[in-house]
Design a protein around this ligand. Structure first.
Ligand code: HEC
Length: 132
C-alpha cells in the first residue's frame, strides 16, 4: 500500500467506519440503520418490509467494501453516484462527524485500493469431460 492509502486506512479506522464495515470483506456481516446518527431520508423501509419489526425500519445490510470503486452507483437504491459523496454521507449520517474534503479524498484513495483482480483462471474456459 502507498503512504496515502495507509493514511486513508487509518482515517477509516479512526473515524469509526469499522464499527459496521469490519472483517476481511469490510462489511457483509451485519445490518445497520441507514441514518444511525443523523436521519437519512429514504422511502425504502429496509428490513422492516421483511420482519415487520419497528426496530428494523430503514435497516439495511452493511455491504462489503471489496471492489467498491467499481460497483457504483451506491446504496440500496443506487442513488449516490460517487465514492466522495458516499463517504461524506457515511461520515455524517452513520457517524455524526465531519471530515475535510481532503480527508474524504484520502479515504477514497484507500477505498480504491480495495479493488482486486480476479485470478485469470477464474474466467478461463473450463476443461470439459470428453463426450463418449
Ligand atoms: C452504523 C453502521 C455504519 C457505519 C459506521 C458506516 N457505514 Fe457505510 N454503510 C452502512 C450501511 C447499512 C450501508 C448500506 C446502506 C444502503 O444500502 O442503503 C453502507 C454503505 C456504504 C457504502 C456504499 C457501498 C455500496 O456498495 O453501496 C460505502 C462506500 C460505505 N458505506 C463506506 C463507509 C465509510 C467510508 C464509513 C466511515 C466514514 C462508513 N461506511 C461507516 C453502514 C455503516
Amino acid at each position: 500500500m502507498t503512504e496515502r492509502e495507509q493514511e486513508g486506512l487509518a482515517l477509516f479506522v479512526q473515524t469509526g467506519c469499522t464499527a459496521c464495515h469490519y472483517g476481511p470483506t469490510l462489511g457483509g456481516n451485519s445490518y445497520a440503520t441507514l441514518g444511525a446518527q443523523e436521519p437519512y431520508v429514504t422511502n425504502d423501509v429496509g428490513r422492516y418490509a421483511v420482519t415487520g419489526e419497528e426496530a428494523d425500519m430503514h435497516v439495511f445490510k452493511v455491504p462489503s467494501l471489496r471492489n467498491v470503486a467499481v460497483t457504483g452507483p451506491y446504496l440500496h437504491d443506487g442513488s449516490v453516484p460517487t465514492m466522495e459523496s458516499m463517504v461524506q454521507l457515511m461520515v455524517r449520517h452513520q457517524l455524526g462527524k465531519e471530515l475535510s474534503s481532503e480527508q474524504v479524498d484520502t479515504m477514497v484513495i484507500f477505498l480504491r485500493s480495495l479493488t482486486g483482480e480476479l485470478p485469470a483462471d477464474y474466467t478461463a474456459a473450463p476443461e470439459l469431460p470428453l463426450a463418449e
